[in-house]
Design a protein around this ligand. Structure first.
Ligand code: SF4
Length: 469
């Protein structure tokens, strides 16, 4: 084992822990987002909560500035989206389906006030989606304005994809992939000195060049502390008018769909947590946070039949012991290649009432091109089975996928509607687009128009899935 890796493992297992006086003040920041719409499930920064627990276990003083609250305020339409103006007309099948551009979360004045009052020496800023990079950079600028000497590190999907961009714009360090071990090691080095070269998954700027430190490290997820859910405000632990808690039972996905960035953050390996640990966390979510609904945010909750059976059996056994047990959802979507009727019935007994399934496309050719691991027939079989078992079924597809024709998009909508499920389009965006197009790479922006799939057709097809039009 490389020296740096051995040190990293010690940080997490706390064996031979090299530091007994770590007391750095650290602030974790979840930026607000600005968009035409958002979903409430993004308000719980689960990744930061995992990191918070690891840092606290190492002795640090950790606070959370969760700027993505349930507040919202209308904004002027940014110039980049002016191409949408012509579609913003009274509701019809051809009108832009969202209301105005909105700031979701704490106001910038409030954020600046909170950061000004904060005495943290290290700021760890979440930078999840490339399209929201401006919000991340604005957080960096506020930190720099009030705390010129503070260290800024960023992590998340965008940070993993484009470390150089964040390093050039205010971050001292970027953590690629999973952040628990690198954050603890970085905090140790900031407090006690040492070489950042020993910190896995870390990027820094050296002579204007992005330098990556030692090799990538993926932690043993069974050894990690549970996320610190006492940090977020109670309001962010609500959804659908109930106590709503997100958690994960695994990291990564064994599949290789071509448009997916799962591997960029979680690496190539798929790691599942022990069922008993998942059950233990559920108990804590119920006892300490009053969870009515627990949403599994896994990329692939049931990657094998064996895993599905083991986890569901554990959930069912636990449910049978309690008068109250929470409802489960998997709003990120369940990949269905290993699902069958038995698993659907077990999901029902375990406490799932709804199921989110992603087809991507009805076309065999597109499914193959995108390396999707199941066929439309299997999707139909599972959707029908779930409906007949009494589930509320939501089906998703990608609208305007490269190579998709207008006809194929409508065929996909018809195919899904005919099965009796609710249909939800996700408008395609390109996570690897050039920098000058980053801001428009979001599902709400319909930026993926092409000569053979123009924007008005994209909007019409999108609206054809809405029951109110
Ligand atoms: S099944 Fe889902 S998480 Fe897995 S690679 Fe495909 S899109 Fe990504």
């Amino acid at each position: 084992m490389a020296a740096a890796t051995a040190l990293a493992v010690n940080f997490v297992t706390k064996k031979n822990y090299p530091c007994i006086r770590c007391q750095l003040k650290i602030c974790l920041v979840n930026p607000p987002i600005e968009d035409f719409y958002t979903t409430g499930i993004r308000r719980q920064p689960l990744g930061l909560l995992y990191i918070a627990s690891s840092l606290k276990s190492a002795g640090h003083e950790v606070s959370l500035l969760n700027c993505h609250t349930n507040k919202r305020s209308g904004m002027e339409l940014p110039a980049e989206f002016s191409y949408l103006l012509q579609y913003m007309k009274p509701s019809s099948s051809e009108s832009f389906p969202f209301t105005g551009y909105t700031h979701y979360g704490m106001s910038w004045q409030e954020i600046e006030k909170r950061i000004k009052e904060c005495s943290a020496e290290l700021y760890l800023v979440s930078s999840m989606f490339t399209t929201y990079y401006e919000e991340t950079l604005r957080i960096f600028a506020i930190i720099k304005k009030h705390h010129a000497l503070a260290v800024i590190a960023a992590g998340g999907h965008h940070a993993s994809l484009h470390p150089g961009h964040l390093l050039e714009n205010g971050a001292n360090y970027v953590i690629q992939g999973e952040g628990e071990i690198p954050s603890v090691m970085l905090a140790h080095i900031i407090e006690h000195g040492g070489s950042a070269a020993d910190v896995p998954n870390l990027c820094l700027s050296e002579h204007g060049q992005v330098k990556k430190t030692c090799t990538r490290l993926t932690p043993d997820i069974d050894a990690l502390d549970l996320p610190d859910r006492k940090l977020p405000a109670p309001a962010s632990m609500r959804g659908r008018g109930k106590k709503f808690v997100t958690m994960i039972a695994s990291r990564g996905c064994p599949n290789r769909c071509s448009f997916c960035t799962s591997r960029i953050v979680w690496g190539k390996s798929f790691r599942e947590r022990r069922s008993e640990d998942v059950i233990r966390e559920i108990k804590i979510c119920v006892q300490d946070h009053g969870a009515d609904i627990i949403n599994f945010e896994d990329d692939n909750l049931f990657p094998s039949r064996e895993r599905a059976l083991t986890l569901l059996e554990a959930l069912i056994m636990e449910k049978e012991k309690h008068a109250f047990y929470p409802e489960f959802t998997a709003m990120n979507g369940i990949s269905i290649e290993k699902l069958d009727g038995d698993i659907i019935m077990m999901m029902k007994r375990a406490g799932f009432r709804e199921i989110d399934l992603s087809l991507v496309s009805h076309s065999d050719e597109l499914q193959k091109n995108e390396r999707r691991p199941f066929s439309s027939e299997h999707f139909l079989e599972i959707a029908c089975y779930a409906l007949s078992a009494g589930f509320k079924v939501r089906g998703y597809f990608i609208l305007g996928l490269p190579g998709q024709s207008v006809e194929e998009a409508y065929e996909t909508v018809s195919f899904m509607k005919n099965s009796g499920i609710s249909v939800f389009p996700s408008v395609y965006y390109n996570v690897l687009a050039p920098h000058d197009q980053w801001k428009m790479q979001r599902s709400s922006a319909f930026f993926n128009a092409r000569a053979d799939f123009p924007r008005d057709e994209l909007i019409k097809c999108f609206n054809s899935c809405r029951p109110d039009l």
